[in-house]
Write a protein that binds this ligand. Sequence first.
Ligand code: C5J
Length: 235
Amino acid sequence: MLRIAAQPGVFEFDPAHAALVLIDMQRDFLEPGGFGESLGNDVSKLTKVVPPLRRLLDAARASGLAVIHTREGHRPDLADAPPAKIARGQPSQRIGDAGPLGRILVRGETGQDIIPELYPLPGEPVIDKPGKGAFYATDFAAILKHRAIDTLIVTGVTTEVCVHTTVREANDRGYRCLVPGDCCGSYFDEFHDVGLAMIAAQGGIFGWVCESAPLVAALTALAVQKTALSEARSA
Ligand code: C5J
């Protein structure tokens, strides 16, 4: 079991039954010319998440923790995109419209893909989701069930939209969620702060919130322990 200092209290979990989930670290949200910028947002607010999240991803991979990525996006024919969702935003820059990174939030387009710094490795599932939450209209729940995962470490963008929706969906389904706040980002500082506070409030009504440093340290120690064990076995 790993024990991590968190709010509203220490978070204890078995890494064999946990997954690191990276929500929507896509070019459309993080790079100029994508969907996020088309909505009038300053994308540089999200890029500060990349270095700490990369450190956490490296530690998770080294320790053998399951890693799952999500991408928000729609079918090229937009049949799975609610008209009410498409209708929002600038008329010339809506979901499905052509932009500098390809058609906005359309599966298979450059902008819809994950940024190179955090790109999935072979064997790491990528959940393509049409909504804000990772469970809605996806096979996320089935993948977690088949891997006996009961604990999610939820990271990514944006804190108050897709991260929050996923944590709420997971919490209602009985998963325990830990959210490293510095590995989540928002275009709005106040929404980020309040979003994290809401998760841990009322005794952890949606989950737990921590800094990534103690989590990285615990996963790195686990990786060292596993390597030492396997070297001792093969000696
Ligand atoms: C948004 C997301 N903000 N990934 N998507 O539309 O949070």
